[in-house]
Design a protein around this ligand. Sequence first.
Ligand SMILES: Nc1nc2c(c(=O)[nH]1)N[C@H]1C(S)=C(S)[C@@H](COP(=O)(O)OP(=O)(O)OC[C@H]3O[C@@H](n4cnc5c(=O)[nH]c(N)nc54)[C@H](O)[C@@H]3O)O[C@H]1N2
Ligand SMILES: Nc1nc2c(c(=O)[nH]1)N[C@H]1C(S)=C(S)[C@@H](COP(=O)(O)OP(=O)(O)OC[C@H]3O[C@@H](n4cnc5c(=O)[nH]c(N)nc54)[C@H](O)[C@@H]3O)O[C@H]1N2
Ligand SMILES: [Mo]
Length: 764
Amino acid sequence: MQDQPEAPDDPGDSEPKSPGQPVGTRALASALPPLLTAPMTVERPPRASGGPAAALVGLDDTLRKPGLVRGLRLLRALNQERGFVCPGCAWPTPDHRARFELCESGARAVADEADSRRAGDRSFAAYTIPELARRSDHWLAGQGRLTTPMIRRADQNGYQPIDWDAALALVGTALATLPAPDRAVFYSSARIANEPAFCLQLLARAIGTNNLASSSQLCHEASRVALRGLLGDERACVSLADFDRAEAIFLFGCNPGSNHPRMLAALRAAKRRGARIVAINPLREASLLRSRRATDLFDGGLEIADLLLPVYVGGDLATIIGIAKVVVEADAVDREFVAAHTRGLASFEAALARWSWTDVCERSGLDEAAIRAAADIYIRSNATIACWGVGLTQHHDGVTTVEQLIDLLLLRGNLGKPGAGPLALLGHSNTRGCWTMAVEPRLDPATRERLAAATGLSIPTEPGLDVVGAIAAMHRGEVDVFGSLGGNLLAAGPDTEQVAAALRRCKLTVHVATKLNRAHLITGETALLLPCLARSEDDRGRWLSFEDMTGTVRASTGRAPPARATLRSEVEIITAIGAITAPDALDWAGLGRDYDRIRELIAAALPGCEGFAAQLGRARSLRLPAPESIGVATLVPPPAPGPVRSDGEFLLTTVRSHDQHNSTIYKQGDRERGIDGYRRVVLMNLADIRRLGIEPFDQVDLTSSFGDHERLARKWVVVPHHIPAGMLAAYWPEANALVPTGHVDPRSGTPAYKSVPVTVRPSG
Ligand SMILES: Nc1nc2c(c(=O)[nH]1)N[C@H]1C(S)=C(S)[C@@H](COP(=O)(O)OP(=O)(O)OC[C@H]3O[C@@H](n4cnc5c(=O)[nH]c(N)nc54)[C@H](O)[C@@H]3O)O[C@H]1N2
Ligand SMILES: Nc1nc2c(c(=O)[nH]1)N[C@H]1C(S)=C(S)[C@@H](COP(=O)(O)OP(=O)(O)OC[C@H]3O[C@@H](n4cnc5c(=O)[nH]c(N)nc54)[C@H](O)[C@@H]3O)O[C@H]1N2
Ligand SMILES: [Mo]
């Protein structure tokens, strides 16, 4: 195993072509001989998001990957009633949907999975695993769809083909012969459909473990904990129709132009009706300023945010508390609602009073007038929606921050009425579905009992491991088998080096995947790579289902011919393993053959899911029951003000570029932030660049310290950007080498990816 290289913190072609050379702006680059400069350009970020460029890029990817004719046929089936659900994000589809809705992000995600290239046995035969690991993420995905089961045996350094039966027997037997059930860990990406998600947790529980790590724990677990704690149910949220009624919409920590582009249609419509929009974001994102439709050829687009608050990274808690202060001071609390539906106003107000305006301003990075302006919009609105992305949740106080935002909504009665309420902008297209399907390490007792009664499984009461817990346990050598259904834990998890070491300590690592990624190249003693059907592909007429961020489940039928006839579905793979591991536990073969049987079991086993049995198939959609009445929520008092950042320390936030889908890098660069050709950049305020005595486009080294461990990542190109002084932004996965695994929100287990304290030094 020594032959495997360390997981690089700067994979492959994101390295400057001539490391150490200064990287210039377009002007500078053109003045120098081409060989001396990396092919990077930086321009003023666009003044509006979207427009014809978005449509062209979507079409270009379609042309290059599946081919235009096949690609366009797929795009026509996207989010249509008899078609398949978009893999891009979890934004809801309107009931009266357009025949064709062009979304750049959706088109690129579909093009990527419908790639006509194939990573067949020959691609693997040509490279050892260390050679593959030296390639960039972009190159790995560019090998195309995985089509053959592959194995890396303990004494080999390459992947070789293995037949399906032998591969499945190897996993099934390894799971059946574990010394203890908790020595297996399952990770899944919340992109997988309900049916495989449900089967995966059945497999874990049939073995006798709750070790169900999920990408949702890296994403919106804080939203879930806060919504459940305060409102009793994470399903309490607005629906698409509420966007037609809202008078004000607050957008915290999200970048809809890149990550939820279809949301911009709802925001534009609300804006045209006269709704006011407030965006809270350290970066001046193009899509928060203006949005253009693909057909807006000569039009500058529609203004989105009436007010943009350039908050400090991690400064949202103080901002929300500042707005709440104004609501209370102005006597704008909805007394009737608060008396009927909340408890604890007196202790809430007492804790709020402990925050002075100096406390608020120092921690939010905003001046009092800016916060008062946001509060004024909030107070004037009779119906407000608050949306938030992972800019709000991926902090050490993620749950506390979301709680304060829900409190703020409750103070003015913004719950349970049209046009008002909370909305967590869930990212992966089935994040909510994975929650509903009980893919979680900690089941509430009622769900556990019902699941056990319906399936006959005896489910352990001990909570299992979440992502961060699983990485630590693997690192300690306490895990033998790591199974991953989709996803890329190596790139997505915090502290890349530690995840790599953790994976290497397993006896067997198994990935069920559509495309090659870096997690497949850092292996346990033995490693299996099992290719599967993608959701856009025909699964012999069978259909799957996905739940959007507002709680509507939709049926999804793949249309394209499979990348290879012998490919198996995720459900078939999991149930075949179940049949070997725990043959008597369930009728695995029946579940694997007939997905209606899975849905009948879901209906019987999971609270609120009764409609899965018949209604979903009949109507192709199902609205899961949200709480019927708003009940009585206990307001959570704001915490005491925390410490302020120390001098000389920067706070780094890690974000997506416009040209990536999580760990899949479509292109080097970030069109919506004006950067082309390069990703290893750190966005910095010009005043900080001057203060450090460096020049724009110089290279710097970043160091993060946590506990007694220092993490160093070298050579980041400094790009001046609209970001508050003292704050930095960089792209992940490159920056994950700097995110300490211990730096998590203890209440949700979410890594604090978006507030990593770092120091900056010019690269030597
Ligand atoms: N095209 C595309 N679509 C995607 C994805 C993708 O990678 N590509 N990923 C999907 C997934 S899984 C998810 S979870 C979503 C993610 O969608 P988003 O939630 O939009 O994710 P990010 O790009 O990580 O960051 C969002 C925003 O948070 C801001 N931000 C950073 N730190 C802070 C902070 O401390 N406070 C505030 N207020 N803002 C902050 C950043 O500037 C950025 O604008 O998108 C989904 N959709
Ligand atoms: N620093 C930092 N790190 C982050 C974040 C951040 O904002 N900052 N965001 C976090 C968030 S919000 C998330 S959700 C996670 C994402 O974490 P993951 O979900 O683990 O990562 P993805 O990159 O979405 O996984 C992509 C891989 O999934 C496989 N795949 C794609 N489609 C399918 C399919 O249909 N079936 C199967 N079986 N496999 C498929 C392909 O092999 C592809 O390479 O990352 C987290 N990591
Ligand atoms: Mo996510």
